[in-house]
Ligand binder design. Structure first.
Ligand code: GLN
Length: 281
């Protein structure tokens, strides 16, 4: 049944920010963003209007847009998102760019992504470096299922580096101990257990285990740094994303573990967002 409601009218009367209303509406309609302009005055089916209103209400009640549409773009790739994984953040693209720079002069490099979630970091690296062999671990079976689907859908099945190897593992726990990597990357849970941000915004709907270590915010980072030297090839590097106020602490952990060339990189907001170092030898 056709109604008098049009895309333009739904947008005009939405309580949501225009960008969010647009994303939900194109999702329900199955349209491209430009069609929202070219077909803005088309009367819509009642069923479509109902589905849009339902999503709009859930968004107004706080559910993340990425979970409502089941997807979020990261590094130019469209990743499936479920409530079992952290939603990829734009600032994490810095981690991918830095890892890619570290791989520049290596042929067929081996890369490890710890706590892969959606698989965004591992898949973005694998997509930019078809020759790289990429391992991605997560302790959550639900997350691994999402990452597996993303890797299968977004990567060329015939890439020279082969498929991303996805393994259920608590940090390095279940990883083949003989493997040596040129680059280890991770965006681990780094929010301290009592941080009020956990009770705000999208974070309320994301898996708590992807956000907080239920401790001081540094325990996952400590485990990753402690295990890195024995997993890295000579001259290999580790890069870790962390909170806005953790750069100095992470640099100290890296230095204490014997890493060289320890430094942090700033994200687009000017915040020291990732820190890393190189293994000597
Ligand atoms: N960057 C996320 C946030 O604060 C936290 C992600 C994480 O803990 N790795 O919104």
């Amino acid at each position: 049944m056709t109604t008098s409601a049009t895309p333009a009218a739904l947008m005009r009367t939405s309580p949501l920010p225009p960008l969010e209303a647009r994303i939900l509406l194109t999702h329900v309609l199955g349209w491209r963003p430009t069609q929202l302009i070219t077909r803005s005055d088309e009367p819509l089916q009642a069923e479509v209007v109902e589905r849009y209103r339902a999503l709009e209400a859930r968004r107004a009640a706080g559910e993340p847009v990425a979970q409502l549409v089941g997807a979020r773009e990261f590094f130019g790739l469209n990743f499936e998102v479920t409530p079992h994984v952290l939603i990829p953040r734009p600032e994490t693209e810095l981690l991918v760019e830095t890892a890619l720079a570290a791989l520049e002069n290596l042929a067929r490099p081996r890369v490890l992504d710890l706590g892969t979630g959606t698989g965004a970091i591992a898949v973005a690296i694998a997509s930019m470096r078809p020759d790289a062999q990429v391992w991605a671990l997560d302790r959550s079976a639900e997350a691994l299922a999402v990452a597996t689907r993303n890797a299968a859908r977004l990567l060329d099945a015939k890439r020279p580096g082969g498929a991303v190897v996805l393994t259920q593992s608590d940090w390095y726990g279940s990883l083949d101990a003989a493997l040596r990597f040129h680059v280890i990357v991770s965006n681990p849970p780094y929010i301290a257990s009592g941080d009020p941000h956990l009770a705000q915004g999208d974070l309320r709907f994301e898996p708590r285990g992807a956000l907080t270590d239920e401790a001081d915010g540094l325990s996952a980072i400590r485990a990753i740094i402690a295990g890195a030297p024995t997993r890295l090839a000579a001259g290999g590097v580790v890069w870790i994303e962390h909170g806005y106020d953790q750069a100095e602490a992470v640099r100290e952990l890296l230095t204490a573990q014997g890493f060289m060339q320890v430094r942090s990189e700033r994200d687009l907001a000017g915040i020291e967002r990732i820190s890393g170092g190189r293994l000597g030898g």
